[in-house]
Design a binder for this molecule. Structure first.
Ligand code: ZN
Length: 263
C-alpha cells in the first residue's frame, strides 16, 4: 500500500491508479538539482518527517500482519464481502505482487491485493483490503473529491514533467526569465495533487472502518488494530503533502532570489 519514493521522479502512471503506492518522498522529484540553504532548511526536515511516517506504517503493518483477526477471514474474503454488500459483485479482486503494493485501479475497476493481504488472515489484511474496497466504492459512487483528484492527475503529470525544464531555462537564459515563474506555477500542481489526495485517502479509511464493523468482519479488538494500521498509512499522505510543500517553497525561493540578484 505504501511504497515510497519517486512518484514524481518516475513520472506518470502512479498518479493514475490509486496507487497507495505512496510517494512520501515523491514531491522531491525535481528538487535535487543542487544543495542549497533551502534544501537543508526545508527539504531535508520534510524528508525526515516522510521517512518517519514510512517507518511507522511499516512497523504498524509488521505488528498487525502477525496478529490473526478474530474471524480468520482473509483480506480477499473481507474485500468480497464488502464489495458484494455494495452491489459491486462485478468488481474483481486480483493478486498483485509485492508487499504493501495493494491498490484499487480505476482504469479497469479492479481491487488489487498483495499476496499477504489477499490470503492472509491478519488484522492488517482485512484493514488494507477494506481500505482498497473503500476506493472501489468511492469510484462507484462518483465520490466528489475523487473526481477532483482524477481531474488533477493529468495536470500534475504534465506540470511535474515540464516544470523543472522551464525553471532551468528561466534561471539561465535572461531573455526567458519569465519561464521560471511558469515552471514554479506548474510545479505547484504536485502539492495540489497531494492536497486533493488527502480527503480521498482519509475517506477510504473511514469507510473501511465502518464496513468492517457493520458487517461483523472485525470485533472491537480487531478494529483497534485496523485503525492503527490505517492511521499510520494516512500519515504518510500528510507527510507527502508536507514534503511537496517544502519542495515547492524551496523552488519558489530559488526563483524569486535569482530575480532579486538580477535586478
Ligand atoms: Zn488508499
Amino acid at each position: 500500500m505504501y511504497e515510497a519514493l519517486t512518484l514524481v521522479a518516475a513520472g506518470m502512471e502512479n498518479y493514475g491508479a490509486y496507487s497507495d503506492t505512496n510517494n512520501a518522498i515523491g514531491g522531491l522529484g525535481l528538487g535535487g538539482f543542487y544543495i542549497d540553504q533551502w534544501y537543508i532548511l526545508l527539504v531535508i526536515p520534510a524528508m525526515i518527517i516522510a521517512l518517519i511516517a514510512q517507518a511507522r506504517v511499516k512497523s504498524a503493518y509488521n505488528k498487525y500482519s502477525k496478529i490473526g483477526n478474530s474471524r480468520g477471514m482473509t483480506g480477499a474474503q473481507a474485500a468480497r464481502m464488502i464489495l458484494d454488500d455494495h452491489g459491486l459483485t462485478y468488481v474483481p479482486i486480483n493478486i498483485t505482487q509485492g508487499t504493501l503494493s495493494d491498490h484499487f485501479d480505476p482504469r479497469n475497476n479492479t481491487v488489487n491485493l498483495s499476496p499477504d493481504v489477499y490470503s492472509g488472515t491478519s488484522i492488517a489484511s482485512i484493514g488494507i483490503a477494506a481500505h482498497e474496497v473503500g476506493h472501489a466504492i468511492q469510484h462507484a459512487e462518483h465520490y466528489f473529491p475523487n473526481k477532483v483528484r482524477s481531474a488533477v492527475i493529468p495536470i500534475t503529470n504534465f506540470g511535474s514533467n515540464i516544470s523543472m525544464i522551464l525553471i532551468l531555462i528561466g534561471l539561465f537564459v535572461t531573455a526567458f526569465n519569465w519561464l521560471a515563474w511558469v515552471g514554479v506555477a506548474l510545479y505547484s500542481t504536485v502539492a495540489i495533487f497531494q492536497l486533493v489526495t488527502l480527503p480521498v485517502e482519509f475517506n477510504a479509511s473511514h469507510r473501511a472502518m465502518n464496513h468492517i464493523r457493520n458487517l461483523g468482519i472485525a470485533n472491537d479488538a480487531d478494529a483497534k488494530g485496523v485503525k492503527k494500521v490505517l492511521s499510520a498509512a494516512a500519515m504518510t499522505y500528510v507527510a507527502a503533502l508536507i514534503t511537496s510543500l517544502a519542495s515547492f517553497l524551496r523552488i519558489f525561493l530559488i526563483v524569486s532570489g535569482s530575480g532579486r540578484r538580477r535586478n
